[in-house]
Write a protein that binds this ligand. Structure first.
Ligand code: GYE
Length: 313
């Protein structure tokens, strides 16, 4: 059945814009929303034939996927790179084959910028700075700006743009506050299960943690579970301040339950933006090399009910 359907689809790909998308994986709620945004956008109805590959967080799988897209002579390659480096050769191969590569979400660092057409995604450094600035303000309004504040950070997948940018942006603000004491950084790969393990270890090692920086919501969920299991509390009325990134629906719910203090939004709805770019390229127009998504931050001083009503992920 499935085979038959695939055959038919391949035959029908004539006349459609063929797009090969190499996605990072399925590690988080954010990722699920991001994938869905591409699946909803790149439909036959909209004139596309989509080849979708989940790389399960492995760059080697992405290299294979991109090479297979080149062999299949797709019209466009979409790449959300797990890590930033190691892309020069495969992108050169795509360029030699005359296939434009649109990078979304995470970035590539290459020696020659002409190896990809453009990048669309979030300003991760800015996200990190927003988190730091919010914390400074929060502590100040509570008369804690001179107190020693002990922090730990649950980092995302090491060397991914989201991890690098959020760590860097936050550390800029950290450097301005001599009383902030970052006890330890450890990666939990953006997943809830690993974050819970890492947080258990942090709690056993450091009796007096004031703030946990979680580089995505799913790691915040793991941290919250570990905190509760250790007999502690978190959130605005708790022992430990939780700061998170992404702002998916489940995180809004956790915030409403008083478990998360603040989250910086990261917008996963990139499918339509990438489709716009493809349409521009189809018309022979120039496209901007860099395009940032619109993003805010949220805390418990805001009307969360209203936001949840309109949140689609
Ligand atoms: O924050 C995290 C996901 O690259 C922005 O990857 C993305 C990050 C997102 O796993 O939840």
């Amino acid at each position: 059945e499935v085979l038959k359907q695939e055959e038919e689809e391949t035959e029908n790909s004539e006349g459609y814009i063929t797009v090969g998308f190499s996605q990072v994986g399925s590690e988080s709620d954010w990722r699920a929303a991001n994938t869905q945004s591409f699946l909803d956008t790149f439909t036959a109805e909209n004139g596309y034939y989509l080849l979708y590959e989940d790389a399960q967080n492995k760059q080697e799988n992405q290299l294979k996927a991109v090479r297979s897209f080149i062999l299949q002579e797709v019209d466009y390659i979409l790449l959300d790179p797990v890590v930033e480096t190691g892309w020069d050769s495969v992108l050169q191969e795509a360029k030699d084959a005359g296939i434009p590569v649109i990078v979304s979400d995470r970035k590539v660092v290459v020696s020659d910028e002409s190896l990809y057409t453009c990048w669309v995604g979030s300003n991760f450094e800015e996200e990190g700075r927003k988190a730091g600035e919010w914390l400074a303000n929060y502590l100040e309004t509570r008369g804690r700006s001179r107190e020693t504040i002990n922090l730990v950070t649950l980092q995302g997948t090491l060397d991914s743009s989201a991890q690098l940018g959020r760590t860097e942006g936050f550390s800029e603000v950290l450097a301005l506050h001599k009383n902030w004491n970052m006890l330890e950084y450890q990666s939990a790969d953006f997943t809830q299960t690993k974050a819970q393990e890492v947080m258990e270890r942090f709690l056993a090692k450091y009796p007096d943690i004031d703030v946990v920086i979680c580089e995505n919501d799913n790691m915040a969920f793991g941290a919250i579970d570990a905190i509760h299991e250790a007999g502690k509390t978190c959130g605005p009325d708790g022992d430990i301040i939780i700061i998170s990134f992404d702002a998916v629906r489940a995180a809004f719910e956790a915030m409403q339950e008083g478990k998360i203090n603040m989250m910086v939004e990261c917008n996963p709805l990139q499918g339509p933006v990438v489709a716009d770019i493809i349409q521009q390229l189809e018309r022979g127009e120039d496209v901007a090399k860099v395009r940032y998504m619109d993003e805010k931050y949220f805390d418990t001083s805001m009307d969360l009910d209203f936001i949840i009503e309109t949140r689609t992920y």
